[in-house]
Design a protein around this ligand. Structure first.
Ligand code: NAP
Length: 456
């Protein structure tokens, strides 16, 4: 039987182990979910909402234990873990409140007596999720999927098995019929088998481009719809009229979200020549202010990276970017201690073809680029196959809004702020950052049948 060891990334030591699910258990869970969904789809929005509100209450009640679990499984600092649990409660309450309106359908005038759109659930949806926001990524899928009348099967990342089981327990304790949401402890090579089950009608994956291509191909063979939330290399443009201190602070906060391991982290800082040096100085100071330390200690801003292999890959990217001509002005050295540690790192004057420019850098290492002017900055910003988030900093809000709306090629474009998700706003990317949207009305409509009803 497969097992799922838990390695504490702060020490590199194994601290726990969970038994995986067998093929027979997987098949039974899929059969049960299929059966349970055929009743759940007839349950009223208000009854579903009660379950989601209970789940929100449990998330708040258990937030200390959940934060502790995330700290030990993937190194998230405790305060950030508690905030993540709160945000999950928010998304549950948001969909409990809004799902009925989002899915109320609408009459459309035609030559029929009556014609309208009705949104109906699809069935069992498979969610393949990453370790970086081990609660949030799951709840932002589960809350709308369950409110829409679907069932959910979670295949969580292999390094967060305890989080996967905690999520299942919260939903079951909230009163959800247990068959409607199951966490299956399986490795990703089991995904094609799960997609083969006749009850599974769609899949969503948050993770790397490689995993996205793989699940899209497997789902494609079965003609199943997918939503993909993949990586990003988000550009942050700092214009000559920006508040430099505020921009530097927002860029550092955005780069160091989740110890740098966020798909929507600020990854490429592009400052126009006039303010490049002032921005660099303020940005390095802001990055330096963040404390690297024990994720269980209050006051820690940056914990260890989630896994040693990912930390090593990050360091190789930093070294290759320096070899390509960038200057390392902060960090860049692996600390001499056990565990998956990496410090806040700043690479300046990064060449356009360096790995720090072309690849996603998933850790606390920022790349800075010098642009001649606004047009050159926007050219650099859009010169990427990714398209998840982007930001622009300027004191001229009309200019900023125009650039965000018309110029930046990304799914989520912010002015004078780092990019963040919000249950009320759609979230997702373009290009190799994926397709489809989560959150808001768009998110809940991702896994429904937008059915035309026509009464002659
Ligand atoms: P990953 O290796 O792609 O893993 C993510 C999930 O996909 C895990 O559950 C993993 O299972 C599974 N998986 C891996 N290969 C697969 C395959 N061939 N077929 C089906 N499933 C597969 O990514 P990661 O390194 O854990 O996470 C970091 C990446 O995720 C970054 O690129 C980041 O930008 C992206 N991400 C994107 C978002 C977003 O919202 N756009 C949010 C968070 C993270 P195993 O653990 O069993 O391998």
């Amino acid at each position: 039987m497969t097992s799922f060891p838990v390695i504490d990334p702060a020490t590199g030591e194994q601290v726990d182990e969970h038994a995986g699910h067998s093929r027979a258990e997987v098949d039974a869970a899929l059969d049960d979910a299929t059966r349970a969904q055929s009743s759940w789809k007839r349950v009223s929005f208000s009854a579903r909402a009660e379950v989601l509100r209970n789940a929100a209450g449990l998330l708040r009640e258990r937030k200390d234990a959940l934060a502790e679990r995330m700290a030990v499984e993937m190194g998230k600092p405790l305060a950030q873990g508690r905030a993540e649990a709160e945000k999950c409660a928010w998304v549950c309450e948001h969909y409990a409140e809004e799902a009925a309106a989002y899915l109320s359908g609408r009459p459309i005038d035609t030559d029929a007596r009556r014609s309208r759109v009705a949104y109906r659930p699809l069935g069992v949806v498979l969610a393949v999720m990453p370790w970086n926001y081990p609660l949030w990524q799951v709840f932002r899928f589960a809350a709308p999927a369950l409110m829409a009348g679907n069932a959910g099967i979670l295949k969580h990342a292999s390094n967060v098995p305890g989080c996967a089981l905690d999520i299942e327990a919260i939903l079951h304790d909230a009163g959800l019929p247990p068959e409607l949401f199951r966490s299956l402890l399986v490795h990703h090579d089991e995904v094609p088998h799960i997609l083969d089950h006749p009850g599974v009608v769609a899949a969503t994956l948050t993770g790397s481009e490689r995993a996205g291509r793989s699940i899209a191909a497997e789902a494609g063979k079965r003609l199943l719809p997918t939503v993909l939330e993949l990586g990003g290399s988000d550009p942050y443009v700092i214009l000559e009229d920006a508040d430099i201190e505020a921009a530097a602070e927002a860029c550092a906060a955005g780069r160091l979200l989740n110890s740098g391991q966020s798909c929507i982290a600020a990854k490429r800082m592009i400052a126009v020549d006039e303010v490049y040096d002032a921005f660099l100085e303020a940005f390095v100071a802001a990055m330096r202010r963040r404390t690297l330390g024990d994720p269980r200690a209050e006051g820690t801003d940056i914990g260890p990276q989630a896994r040693a292999d990912l930390r090593d890959a990050l360091h190789r990217q930093v070294e290759a970017t320096v070899d390509a001509g960038a200057r390392c002005v902060l960090g860049g050295e692996i600390p001499d201690r056990p565990g998956a540690w990496y410090p806040a790192t700043v690479l300046s004057d990064v060449p356009e073809d360096a790995p720090g420019a072309r690849e996603e850098v998933f850790g606390p290492a920022a790349s800075l680029f010098r642009a001649r002017d606004e047009a050159d900055a926007l050219r650099l910003a859009n010169d990427t196959p990714f398209g998840l988030g982007a930001a622009v900093f300027t004191e001229d809000l009309a200019r900023g809004e125009r650039i965000a709306t018309e110029e930046l090629d990304a799914g989520c474009c912010f002015v004078n702020s780092f990019v963040k998700s919000d249950p009320r706003l759609p979230f997702g990317g373009i290009g190799i950052s994926g397709y489809g949207r989560e959150l808001s009305a768009e998110g809940i409509r991702a896994f429904v049948n937008a059915k035309t009803v026509y009464v002659a």
